[in-house]
Write a protein that binds this ligand. Structure first.
Ligand code: SAH
Ligand code: SF4
Ligand code: F3S
Length: 458
């Protein structure tokens, strides 16, 4: 059987797409392999978000050139495809720069991979696909159950793609195109397929997921809140999450869902990016720092135990010392359970790249270091605050030591549990006993029952 190696470089949507590409090429007779060395087909699913991410693909292509040559000398063909957001942004230019590439395909048209691969193999020269934003989902096969199961108890389901926000630093509206919501029926069908494959936790994903506005089976336009309510009713679903949200699209209805739906996990990734109003405005984020603070207050009012996470950019063009201090301040005030933070990276074609006032690299590094120290402090504080609490853990796999299980708390903390006998996919009730740098320790306890002393203590 022919083998395919598919490597993801990007966000959750990129990881999801890699899985769906595996489904597509499986129909063409390729089974997935974990190494490039034994692959007849290599797909690099690239990311364009920051310069570093985009450059990684060219260094990888350098390595693959030698691999392809060695295999050719042994009489074996290798087909190399560049997919994802760099493919969308650069198109055929990639083949010019790296002739080892046989085909280039954007994130909107990978359902056409079989056709493209055949063309590339027949013509033995680079071909590219259309880069249109087409409705690929209808053309994709149902997710393959054994692939889904092999990835564990948790699965992504794309509900929305693209973005209309045009933050001034961001390439996504260009590489992924405008906002497109999948119809409710298509999302529920895919959710059922992954649940039937044994998945217990579904993360609904989209570049701007809370802008979801899909066509409902009743002819009405459904919001993300409506969709979450419907997913919560599917048999077998234990946990629901969604990511990534924009503060502007955090509707009252979605906030209310956090209070009403027990399987909707108390965790929200809601990037703030920066703490100074001038910078937020220049970023075209369309909210102020205080509006963000008030939003967090209303979310915490609906779900007091919610854990929050964020993305940050330091060194946006023109960012002053005091504006950077505003970012440190908002981070400390909110106390994020987890965060991603980046140095601003100018991206070709985005408005911010043309602002003259770029912040020097050394200053960006210094600010990033200070912000990351703050964010790490807050993350550890959040983890310590869960010590002593009684929580449910979704078991993912056996732990490192006999009798230990690994899983996640509702707050997405990795946890090692002792004293429980359970299979992956089961929920166990634990008491958190301690923290390690990147995980928690916990002991199994009797499941919580209404009126039991544990519930009162928790
Ligand atoms: N849709 C999401 C995030 C998409 S990209 C949102 O609205 O927040 C993920 C993160 O990468 C962003 O939140 C931002 O923090 C970061 N990012 C995007 N473009 C960047 C750039 N040009 N330089 C540095 N970081 C960037
Ligand atoms: Fe990029 Fe902004 Fe859209 Fe997020 S909301 S994908 S940061 S343009
Ligand atoms: Fe990267 Fe494209 Fe995702 S640019 S972050 S892979 S949408």
């Amino acid at each position: 059987m022919k083998k395919a190696f598919i490597k993801s470089y990007g966000c959750q949507m990129n990881v999801y797409d890699s899985g769906r590409m595996a489904d597509v090429v499986a129909e063409q007779g390729y089974s997935e392999t974990a190494t490039a060395e034994d692959a007849d087909l290599i797909i690099l699913n690239t990311c364009h978000i920051r310069e570093k991410a985009a450059e990684k693909v060219y260094s990888e292509l350098g390595r693959l050139r030698a691999l392809k040559r060695d295999r050719a000398e042994a009489g074996i063909d290798t087909t190399i495809v560049v997919a994802g957001c760099v493919a969308q942004a650069e198109g055929r230019e990639i083949i010019r720069r790296a002739p080892v590439v046989d085909a280039v395909v954007g994130p909107g048209s990978y359902h056409r991979l079989p056709d493209l691969i055949e063309q590339a193999q027949a013509r033995r020269k680079g071909v590219d696909a259309e880069f249109d934003q087409v409705e690929k989902f209808a053309a994709l096969p149902r997710p393959d159950a054994s692939r889904i199961r092999s990835r564990g108890v948790s699965a992504f389901v794309t509900v929305q793609e693209g973005c209309d926000k045009f933050c001034s630093f961001c390439v996504v509206p260009y590489t992924r195109g405008g906002e497109l919501s999948r119809p409710v029926a298509a999302v529920l069908d895919e959710a059922r397929a992954v649940l039937e494959a044994g998945v217990r936790e579904i993360t609904l994903i989209g570049q701007n997921v809370n802008a979801y506005h899909g066509e409902g089976p009743d002819g009405r336009t459904w919001s993300l809140g409506d969709l979450i309510r419907a997913v919560a009713d599917l048999p077998g679903v234990a946990r629901i999450r969604y990511t990534t949200s924009h503060p502007r699209d955090m509707s009252d209805d979605l906030v209310a869902a956090h209070a009403e739906i027990p399987s909707l996990m108390p965790y929200l990734h809601l990037p703030v990016q920066a703490g100074a109003d001038r910078v937020l405005k220049a970023m075209n984020r369309r909210h102020t720092a205080d509006e963000y603070r008030r939003l967090i207050e209303s979310i915490r009012a609906a779900r007091p135990d919610i854990a929050l996470s964020s993305d940050f950019i330091v060194g946006f063009p023109g960012e002053t010392d005091s504006e950077f201090e505003d970012t440190l301040r908002i981070a400390a005030e909110i106390g994020f359970a987890s965060s991603f933070s980046f140095k601003y990276s100018p991206r070709p074609g985005t408005p911010a790249a043309d602002i003259g006032d770029q912040v020097p690299e050394t200053l960006k590094s210094e600010r990033l270091q200070r912000l990351q120290a703050q964010l790490e402090h807050d993350r550890q504080a959040f983890n310590r605050a869960t010590v002593g609490q009684v929580l449910e853990v979704l078991v993912e796999k056996e732990g490192r030591h006999p009798g230990q299980l690994n899983g996640k708390t509702p707050y997405l903390q990795q946890v090692q549990v002792t004293g429980a006998a359970a299979q992956p996919g089961e929920l166990v009730t634990v008491r958190v006993t301690g923290t390690a740098p990147n995980s928690l320790f916990a002991e199994a306890v009797e499941p919580m029952r209404a009126g039991s002393p544990l519930v009162a203590a928790a």
